[in-house]
Design a protein around this ligand. Structure first.
Ligand code: FAD
Length: 521
């Protein structure tokens, strides 16, 4: 959508295809029984990107801050400012009194990373500035910032190792390590993971729900003369003829194509027959790399309509809440033990999986979002809508579906999550649920066509099939195919909403540059 908005704004003829009825993909919301829910990301992080894009495109979006709370067992911390890090330190020491030295070290590292983040996001991202029109920005902000940025990038790249491994070098207590890191994706690069304290302070929420962001972009695209075709799924790319085909076999010609969806899909559905042999070879090499890699972790989300006023929940925590009911930590539950179950799935009894589920739900960390606490208009009077989610393994849901008991498994999972949360942080939940339903990793795969139901692109593996160094991000949007660019969560790693937007802009810039070069030649 960012690419389409920029290209339409630049006067290009733009056609955006979206397979669903609504645009926005994993930035989306829906209403059920008068309750508003966000189906993908729960709140947005600016990261020096989103507001810069909105300003550059002259898009108005009414937003509120989305404060975060962190909770472990009975201890709850509301993150208000940089000083909250000291309170986080106290909270951890209270729970792990024998680990004071390790906690001090952790806090020192987080503080350092927060300084790096201040540099990284310290100015509006220059990609969204028309530097010809903003010369003062170049001299007053960009040039003084660049040396600091280069220095910081060096530091960041040195912290690229998986956070689990990094923490082991100085945190000996495995429970403490889990409490710090278990709500991150497997093998998340250390810098990205430990920057969360800065990110918690950065969250904002569009009034009316996160879908207001894609809605604003959609209006911009249309207002600028772009066209949007919803319920239109691209099923074939014929690269040598610059054609795409949709599910109804309609064919569309393009001068430039920006693919902003799952990259494995692009490589699977692209025909390269008439292209030069050299291009075909590079394409096949890239395809092999892509198909060998996996999407990263997915998520399970439980949606609740609750007959209890917002105030009852407001007293406990903010509308965006990371809660861990037990300080024991997941240990090997979601790694070795789950792998064992999955590898031996044919021999494993249902009861063994349910026993594992007991432990998994008791020890996990939950991301709890209450949209009404951010915008009270999003719920019926005296009621509360809640979304409880946690990272979930796609393969588990996939195997259970194939074994024919997915609905039963989902119901067992929902029951356990509800009992863990109402036995701990929200006791009033127990008898107040009007309705409940959930989305699994399979729903995400089905909905946005994302490999393995991934929510932030590629799994963090040793060999990454796309660019993963910030200084090379400009190249992340290039593909081996002529006139095809890539954008979104699969184009760069680590990804999320800001990076999807940034790559969208970079891809639009590359396409425009190509168009202008062609015109002038
Ligand atoms: C529960 C949850 C929490 C999250 N939390 C955060 C967070 O805190 N911070 C953060 O930065 N990110 C977070 N994310 C991730 C973030 O939402 C995504 O990384 C980001 O929105 C991806 O955007 P995208 O446009 O690249 O891809 P998508 O949102 O997947 O969009 C791709 C679009 O392409 C469409 N499409 C796919 N295939 C086709 C086809 N063949 N033809 C036509 N259309 C097609 C899809 O329907 C979809 O609309 C979260 C996600 C979830 C689900």
């Amino acid at each position: 959508m960012t690419s389409a908005a920029y290209l339409a704004h630049a006067g290009q003829k733009v056609l955006l295809f979206e397979k669903n009825m609504e645009c926005g993909g994993l930035v989306n919301s829906f209403t059920r029984d008068g309750f508003h829910f966000d189906s993908g990301v729960r709140a947005l992080e600016d990261a020096g990107i989103i507001f810069a894009m909105l300003k550059d495109l002259d898009i108005q979006l009414e937003v509120v801050k989305s404060p975060v709370s962190l909770g472990i067992e009975n201890e709850i911390l509301h993150i208000e400012n940089l000083e909250s890090l000291s309170k986080y330190r106290e909270l951890l020491i209270k729970l792990f009194p024998d680990c004071e030295g390790e906690i001090e070290e952790l806090v020192k590292i987080i503080r350092k990373i927060m300084k790096h983040m201040d540099v990284l996001y310290g100015i509006e991202n220059p990609v969204f500035k028309d530097l010809k029109r903003h010369r003062a920005f170049i001299f007053k902000k960009l040039l003084p910032w660049l040396p600091k940025f280069i220095f910081t990038v060096g530091k960041i790249n040195r912290m690229n190792i998986p956070v689990e491994e990094y923490l082991k070098t100085f945190v000996k207590n495995p429970s403490l390590r889990d409490i710090i890191s278990q709500h991150f994706f497997k093998n998340t690069p250390t810098f990205f993971a430990l920057s969360y304290f800065s990110l918690y302070l950065d969250y904002f929420y569009p009034k009316g729900g996160v879908a207001k962001l894609p809605e604003a972009l959609k209006n911009k695209i249309i207002e600028s003369g772009g066209e949007i075709k919803t319920e239109t799924k691209i099923i074939k790319v014929i690269a040598d003829k610059c054609l795409v085909k949709d599910q109804n076999n309609f064919i569309y010609q393009y001068d430039n194509l920006i693919w902003a969806a799952d990259l494995k899909t692009l490589y699977k559905i692209t025909e390269t027959e008439g292209l030069l042999p050299k291009i075909k070879t590079i394409f096949e090499e890239s395809k092999n790399k892509m198909l060998k890699n996996r999407g990263g972790d997915s998520v399970f989300s439980l949606f609740l309509e609750v007959d209890e006023p917002l105030e009852s929940f407001r007293k406990i925590a903010n509308g965006h809440f990371f809660y861990t009911p037990s300080k024991l930590g997941l240990g090997e539950t979601h790694r070795g033990e789950l792998n064992h179950l999955l590898t031996n799935f044919e021999k494993v009894e249902k009861d063994q999986i349910l026993a594992w589920l007991d432990k998994f739900t008791r020890l996990n960390t939950y991301e709890i979002s209450i949209p009404g606490l951010k915008d009270p208009e999003l719920v019926p009077p005296c009621k509360t809508g809640i979304i409880i989610s946690f990272l979930a393994e796609y393969d588990l849901f996939n195997k259970i579906q194939k074994a024919g008991w997915l609905d039963e498994f989902i119901s067992e999972l929902e029951n356990r999550v509800l009992s863990v949360i109402s036995d701990s942080v929200y006791p009033m939940l127990k008898d107040k649920i009007i309705a409940r339903f959930s989305f699994t990793p399979l729903s995400i795969e089905h909905r946005v066509g994302s490999s393995e139901g991934a929510i932030t692109g590629w799994a963090f593996q040793k060999s990454m099939p796309v660019i993963n160094k910030i200084q090379n991000s400009d190249h992340s949007v290039l593909t081996p195919l002529p006139s095809i660019f890539q954008a979104g969560q699969w184009a760069y790693s680590p990804a999320g909403v800001p990076m999807s937007i940034l790559t969208g802009k970079l891809a639009a810039d590359k396409a425009l540059k190509k168009i202008r070069k062609f015109k002038n030649s």
